[in-house]
Design a protein around this ligand. Structure first.
Ligand SMILES: *Cc1c(COP(=O)(O)O)cnc(C)c1O
Length: 411
């Protein structure tokens, strides 16, 4: 094929149904403004409404209302924002999602809770190529509970193996819980969530999905797919800002037996009873531990609100179009320099980022950043480019690939 020209991609931007959303974010100005910001999957851009909302929460709710603000609505934020995350991006009915703590902490809580639901089983199953925090925590939870970790077969086909052979290597009979990422943080491979969840249930185990790179980039139907537990970040495709609190989903059918390994007063049945013994709240609130992080929660509400307004189907359609453009340009302009597309080629099985493989990936990442093209390096030889549908333009993708082609061509 012939690669699209700059005029072609400008026409795509002009015809983009999500075009107006870009103006709802701070896009920066001056010398520091990136030519192409392709790292929205690590830290999404700042919505203008969030900057205003934070000012109001700091100056009025905190500054003037002071402690009265807890009763005015702060205390209900984890559940209220959780419901919004559930309806906007998770396919979850109200009352099953809370927003609190980091993804790391929520993975620990979810895996502990999953293991408690299967007290007769001895193995926690995980993917040896998953994000570090996921692997570290599965090992730690297994140690704490006297369980073993069953690592899936290494390599890109690990999830396909689950589909083809079930939970093989004898793990099946003994698997308590399986933790997997729905969109792989390196390759962007988008797992077949309903099919894998069904295989895990067939084996009698509990399914825990990490949706960090999936929520806000691909459609998810946690209720319909009968997922048990899920967690993920809000500062990636949900644009909630650095360190913003994460979400934790637990299907309503588990609530009565759902155990929180970090029980605290905010998850207790009567928060202000200051009771002698911990009695968990009846619903999803029992997964909360300590005081809600208000500044982060309102930022989640604003960021997710924008995705809700755009609609996840539109977001997905643009995510596919952006990744298809990047793949086409990389094939056309960079393959001759030894650059390989290491993400799935089928756009239906790919999230909204693309990873390119090259032995000089580290240098490429560093030197392209100096030219205003911001992606990130993932060891050992991957250059990861995140395309965030509400904020990334087709022009940015084109300029990034053009700059990369020029870098290879030399001065
Ligand atoms: C980004 C990411 C995390 C990050 O967890 P934090 O506690 O927010 O640092 C966890 N898991 C996956 C799969 C991720 O992509």
């Amino acid at each position: 094929m012939t690669a699209p020209t700059l005029d072609d991609v400008l026409a795509k931007d002009a015809a983009d149904p999500l075009r107006s959303f870009r103006n709802r974010f701070i896009i920066g100005d001056g010398a520091d403004d990136p030519v192409a910001y392709l790292d929205g999957n690590s830290l999404g851009r700042l919505p203008k409404a969030t900057a205003e909302r934070l000012r109001d929460v700091v100056e009025r709710e905190w500054g003037s209302r002071l402690i009265r603000s807890w009763a005015d609505g702060w205390l209900g934020l984890p559940e209220r924002v959780g419901d919004l995350v559930g309806s906007a991006v998770l396919g979850a009915a109200p009352g099953q999602v809370v927003v609190a703590d980091s993804t790391t902490v929520n993975i620990a809580k979810a895996v502990h809770a999953a293991a408690t639901l299967r007290p007769d089983r001895r193995v926690l199953v995980a993917d040896p190529t998953d994000f570090p925090t996921d692997r570290y925590l599965v090992e730690s939870v297994a140690d704490q509970r006297g369980l073993k970790v069953g690592w899936l077969a290494d390599g890109a086909g690990a999830l396909d193996t689950v589909l083809d052979r079930g939970l093989d290597r004898g793990l099946g009979d003994n698997a308590a819980a399986v933790l997997l990422s729905a969109v792989d943080y390196r390759t962007a491979a988008f797992a077949d969530v309903p099919a894998i969840t069904a295989v895990v249930h067939e084996a009698g185990a509990v399914m825990v999905w990490d949706l960090s790179h999936a929520a806000g980039s691909v459609p998810l139907l946690l209720d319909a797919d009968e997922v048990d537990l899920a967690v993920g970040c809000t500062y990636k495709y949900l644009n909630a800002g650095p360190g913003a609190p994460a979400y934790l989903y637990a299907a309503r059918r588990h609530h009565e037996r759902l155990d929180n390994a970090l029980p605290g007063w905010i998850g207790a049945d009567d928060v202000f009873a200051m009771a002698d013994r911990y009695v968990p709240a009846p619903g999803i609130r029992r997964m909360l531990s300590g005081s809600p992080y208000v500044l982060g929660l309102v930022a989640v509400e604003e960021g997710v609100g924008l995705v809700a307004e755009a609609g996840i189907e539109q977001v997905r359609a643009k995510g596919i179009a952006l990744t298809e453009l990047l793949v086409a340009l990389a094939d056309d302009w960079l393959a001759s320099y030894g650059v390989e597309v290491a993400s799935p080629r089928d756009p239906e099985r790919r999230g909204a980022h693309v990873v390119l493989r090259h032995p000089d990936a580290h240098r490429i990442d560093h030197e392209l950043a100096a030219r205003g093209v911001i992606g990130d390096y993932r060891n050992p030889d991957l250059w990861r480019l995140g395309l965030s549908p509400l904020t990334t333009s087709y022009e940015e993708v084109w300029l990034a690939m053009q700059a990369t082609r020029e870098w290879f061509a030399g001065p």
